[in-house]
Design a protein around this ligand. Structure first.
Ligand code: PMP
Length: 427
């Protein structure tokens, strides 16, 4: 096995310089199993961050199902194939009745791009409302609706049809506190009315729990009203479930379901294939029929028999292993301990999230709420030394994210909190 310096050098030589590496001293992972990763020396790390490997790294049922199908057949959607249909039925069963037509794609970005095409074509309008801090993907069409990117390094102003509204961050956002939802809603309404004045019907894309935005649960009374207003005014709501779907939140299978919403389009990715490049857009018959304007929708890989087999196996594993319930129980156990930890260390300004989608906001303990990105990064690097993997995110890079494979257990949660305590107590 080449040594890690050689691998780093080859990476610099051969791969895009825009890629990043996690941790000051990056890990060379060679194997994964359930919620654990192993490096080249056999060191075992507890994975607290890979939300893509949703039912666990290298789940044997997925490996076996994929291998069996790979040996049998892999083609595209231009042939009759029962695999994609059985899978579509299983996926639709998990969604509100009106969301019953599937398009299969190969990445979250591709799904969001297609969702925008569906919405914009249906409403003959490019206008799109986005929440500040949001990230929806790396394609050209998505960088321009992702404030997380266009406001960051290397970004540029979005086009005039992109309408940004403040991220409803009740801890450190434009309006603060539990009663601030109506202020955020007013800003939202103003934007919506301005768009309507121009006779446009916008698309509104949102994550019910914002990931890159800093693990922000949208206040239910904000998103419910904003979502319903958009639909009332003839707009189209797109729920981006790419990070939060498939039972991670514990209390509900989907983020929009948590808030009691019925969006017009749902996009899923990441965990849908447990690491296999699979994603999907699910919408109403009406929107799908409208899009069927004579231009074929063809996707070389989307919904192929191998991808469909894997996606279907993921759904079966979530059910058979009762993983949504596990996310709920272990998540609330972990959140409870994090809230206790917060009582002892005021640099943990906020503990938030649901199920196994949690965040710790690191701020100056002098009451100023100044975001402490360097401290958050320090904690994450020290945690890595203790063999627990976490990451930082948010517009100010001061949120510590916890979003492990949902097979995480209570001992894993204890391990995370014990190590956080030992590191934070020395800061
Ligand atoms: N939407 C959200 C909410 C995401 O978090 C991401 C990826 N981080 C994407 C879309 C894009 O997905 P992908 O990287 O698979 O293109």
């Amino acid at each position: 096995m080449p040594n890690n310096n050689l691998i780093k050098n080859l990476r610099t030589e051969l791969l895009s310089p825009s890629l990043s590496l996690s941790y000051n001293d990056p890990i060379h992972v060679v194997r994964g199993k359930a919620q654990y990763l192993f490096d080249e020396t056999g060191k075992k790390y507890l994975d607290g961050i890979n939300n893509i490997q949703h039912v666990g790294h290298c789940h044997p049922r997925i490996a076996n199902a994929a291998f069996k199908q790979l040996k049998l057949l892999n083609t595209n959607t231009r042939y009759l194939d029962y695999t994609i249909l059985k899978y579509s039925q299983a996926l639709i069963e998990r969604l509100p009745e009106k969301l019953n037509v599937c398009f299969f794609t190969n990445s979250g970005s591709e799904s969001n791009d297609l969702a925008l095409r569906l919405a914009r074509f249906k409403n003959k309008s490019e206008d799109t409302i986005v929440l500040d801090g949001a990230y929806h993907g790396h394609l050209t069409s998505l960088i321009e609706i992702s404030p997380y990117k266009y406001k960051g390094a290397g970004g540029s102003s979005p086009p005039p049809y992109v309408h940004e509204v403040p991220m409803p961050d009740q801890f450190r956002g434009k309006f603060r506190g539990k009663d601030s939802s109506s202020n955020y809603l007013n800003e939202f309404k103003k934007k919506l009315l301005a768009i309507k004045k121009n006779n446009q019907n916008p698309a509104f894309i949102f994550e019910s729990f914002m990931g890159c935005g800093g693990q922000i649960p949208l206040p239910s009374n904000f998103i419910k009203k904003a979502h319903n207003l958009v639909q009332e005014y003839g707009g189209i709501c797109i729920a981006d479930e790419i990070q939060i779907g498939f039972g991670r939140l514990g209390k509900s299978f989907w983020g929009f379901e948590y808030h009691g919403l019925e969006p017009d389009i749902v996009t899923v990715g990441k965990s849908i294939g447990n690491g296999h490049p699979l994603s999907a857009v699910i919408t109403t018959r009406e929107i799908a029929e409208y899009f069927n304007n004579g231009m074929e929708y063809f996707n070389s890989f989307g919904g192929n028999p191998v991808s469909s087999t894997i996606g279907h196996e993921v759904l079966k594993i979530i059910k058979d292993e009762d993983l949504q319930k596990n996310a709920k129980n272990v998540g609330s156990y972990l959140k409870g301990m994090l809230l206790d930890l917060q009582k002892d260390y005021s640099l943990i300004g906020d503990v938030r999230g649901e199920g196994l989608f949690l965040g710790l906001e690191i701020v100056n303990s002098n009451g100023s709420l100044e975001p402490l990105a360097k401290v958050a990064k320090y904690i994450v690097n020290e945690m890595k030394k203790k063999r627990a993997l976490l990451s930082t995110d948010g517009p100010d890079e001061n949120i510590i994210k916890i979003k492990p494979p949902i097979v995480f257990n209570e001992q894993n949660a204890d391990f995370i909190v014990e190590n956080l305590r030992s590191i934070i107590s020395k800061i």
